[in-house]
Unconditional design. Structure first.
Lengths: 148, 148
DNA sequence: GATCAAATGTACCTTTATGTCCATAATAGC
DNA sequence: GCTATTATGGACATAAAGGTACATTTGATC
């Protein structure tokens, strides 16, 4: 459905949305359970796409570039692994633009549904709900970080 | 969204739904523009999953195992590249079953939407509509096989 | 039963996604 | 200015997806 990379990016972004100050790559990696080295690659992409600001040195780390209300799941997914829409029939070299065969119309519609759902989900919704964000993986006691 | 393999499988199945008699692997590969060698792999999976029957020798080939009304996009996709539902939070080793954090609830809901849409689309709908199935890639004159 | 036309099965290759490692650059505190 | 701490960048390693090639098996026809 979405790539592992997009999943990791979403975890990191939700985590950042929960923080009041800058979070280090290592800190994010630990609580979101993402391989640290790989996460740093992903964070770089998020910085380049202006979803996150970074700061080096002591006290540095990553911070959301916009407020959580202004960042959607779709923004994050598209930053690291853009959703590909079907605009022309894959069977054609020289496309005819808007018209798709029935099969690709269905696939295209499904993609549009997902895009809409993702666009409507903001990071703010993902941290303010009754359920714990990220399945309570924010350090509590070692064995409490489970879904509940 | 869906893998290349699933896309190929869908093209092949739509093509089969249009045929009155058995179609050879080569024939399917040509009109659906799928690499022949790779298509044969995919056809084997469809046979194993009982969506297609095969027959060797002269006059042989592939035929749908059920009527096009009884085969959905979801059936085909799941046969070659199963859609993975999110049943437990990926952040947890020992899962807590039904409850997901807000993020994974959203992702799970999106997957469910897609599954529903795919389950409701039958092969029969993909060949009986006004538009040409498979973007008219069924051999007409060489330059006519375009979306329209 | 010989031959031809098809699918099947196996091995291998290429590309992309995922993941690791380490050297480098920037920043804050002393 | 020195040091510790952080992100950045590049090279490399591994795994999975996509793709190719070819020998083998099965079935129909003559």
């Amino acid at each position: 459905m979405i790539s592992q990379t997009a999943e990791y990016a979403l975890r990191a972004m939700v985590f950042l949305a929960m923080q009041k100050s800058a979070a280090t790559g290592q800190g994010i990696a630990e609580t979101t359970k993402v391989p640290p080295g790989y996460l740093s690659k992903i964070m770089q992409q998020l910085v380049k796409r202006k979803l996150v600001n970074s700061q080096r040195g002591i006290g540095g780390g990553f911070v959301l570039a916009r407020s959580p209300e202004e960042i959607s799941i779709l923004d994050v997914v598209n930053a690291v692994d853009p959703i590909e829409k079907i605009t022309t029939c894959p069977l054609d070299i020289q496309s005819h633009g808007l018209n798709l065969c029935p099969l690709h119309k269905r696939l295209s519609a499904a993609i549009a549904q997902v895009e809409l759902a993702f666009a409507e989900s903001k990071l703010s919704e993902l941290v303010t709900e009754s359920q714990s964000p990220l399945c309570s993986s924010v350090p509590l006691t070692p064995n409490q970080n489970v879904c509940h």
